[in-house]
Design a protein around this ligand. Structure first.
Ligand code: BYC
Length: 321
């Protein structure tokens, strides 16, 4: 959208707001140089930063298995997947930077616990099957949540999501394939796959955020076309997708209340343990401390790389005059 360039005095604050509202009503994209309300900007920074942090913290649980992957092929696939997650983090930090914040500032907020990352990455990866379960369930939940974000009203975020979703779809399929191989393997392998699904199912449902009634940001984010569906809508969609896939895998989902509701045309499912979710958000999940400590250490150990890249870029700038 170019109609509402931020040129103070041109149309006055009222005119700028009206142009912004009209752009949303016409389902147009808002671009970095366009005028936008401060709260819209702040909401995007909050969500994109949390998303970027999730991508880079999300590398840890899977990276835990790179050295112990059961074959060279599985190791190569896993390394590529973990690298993809780093790439997603970079696209997202870049998208956040277009809103006027620096990457340093956002990383500092992550490292000091002032910005969140997804609850899901505070659970441990205990067996090799967890890598498959993350691909199938966690990447599956991520796609369900992120495909609608490809139509988010903020252009740079929407465009980043297109590429992220393509890569996440591939991740989801490789996770499914890996889990299928285990499920069809020996009795012990099948049991390991089932145990992983039992442990990852409920935390995956929590990824969609609190129930709609407790979601502080949903109504405003939906009015701004940032979120296109509510947390509960997307969670229901995810359950509907997973049930037949679990059957195809020959695995069960750990919910005795899961059954098809003919009238609603959706699966009913059991109550989510929101106390557990809130505890994880408060920093008391099984791996919160470890994840943040690893992240801070990686950042400190990478200081020389950032310094070298900066020195190299400065030299180039000087050479160009
Ligand atoms: N974990 O009003 P609500 C990935 C917070 S990356 C932690 O509903 P909103 C992947 C929320 O931030 C997955 N916190 O919020 C990576 C808010 O707190 P603040 C990440 C959560 O923003 C590597 C409060 O609870 N995906 O998939 O309207 C490998 C109230 O919530 C969570 C994204 O970030 C949670 N699960 O809706 C594999 C997608 N849920 O900020 C895979 C983009 C809620 O007020 N983000 N909170 O302190 C979104 O779509 C939305 O931000 C959410 C939450 C649906 C997550």
């Amino acid at each position: 959208m170019t109609a509402i360039q931020d040129t103070p005095g041109a149309a006055g604050a009222v005119g700028l707001q009206a142009a912004f509202d009209a752009a949303l009503a016409n389902d147009e994209r808002i671009e970095p140089r366009d005028w936008m309300p401060d709260k819209y900007r702040a909401t995007l920074i909050r969500q994109i930063a949390q998303h970027a942090h999730s991508e880079i913290i999300g590398m840890q649980p899977e990276a835990n298995w790179i050295t112990r992957a059961p074959s060279l092929r599985r190791k190569a696939i896993l390394m590529a997947k973990v690298q993809d997650e780093a790439g997603h983090g970079l696209y997202l930090y870049s998208a956040a930077e277009t809103l006027g914040v620096s990457r340093d500032e956002l990383l500092d907020k992550l490292h000091t616990g002032r910005q969140k990352y997804s609850s899901i990455f505070n659970y441990p990866t205990l067996t090799w099957a967890d890598v498959g379960a993350i691909g199938w369930l966690v990447d599956g939940a991520a796609i369900t949540n992120q495909v609608p974000l490809c139509r988010c009203s903020y252009g740079p975020y929407a465009r980043a999501m297109v590429r992220v979703c393509k890569e996440e779809s591939f991740h989801q399929r490789q996770g499914f394939e890996s889990l299928l191989a285990l499920s069809r393997g020996t009795e012990a392998q099948h049991a390991m796959a089932q145990d992983a699904v039992d442990r990852w199912w409920w935390p995956s449902l929590m990824m969609f955020g609190p129930p709609d009634a407790d979601s502080t940001h949903s109504a405003q984010s939906m009015a701004w076309n940032i979120k296109r569906h509510s947390n509960d809508e997307l969670r229901r969609r995810f359950v509907d997708i997973c049930v037949p896939q679990a059957e195809a895998l020959g695995l069960t989902l750990p919910d005795p209340d899961l059954r098809w509701n003919e009238e609603r045309g959706h699966y009913d499912f059991g109550a989510i343990d929101w106390d557990e979710f809130n505890e994880v958000l408060r920093g008391n999940g099984p791996c919160n401390e470890q994840r943040l400590a690893n992240r801070r250490r990686a950042h400190d150990e990478g200081a020389w790389v950032r310094e070298a890249a900066f020195a190299y870029a400065s030299k180039h700038m000087e050479a160009k005059g």
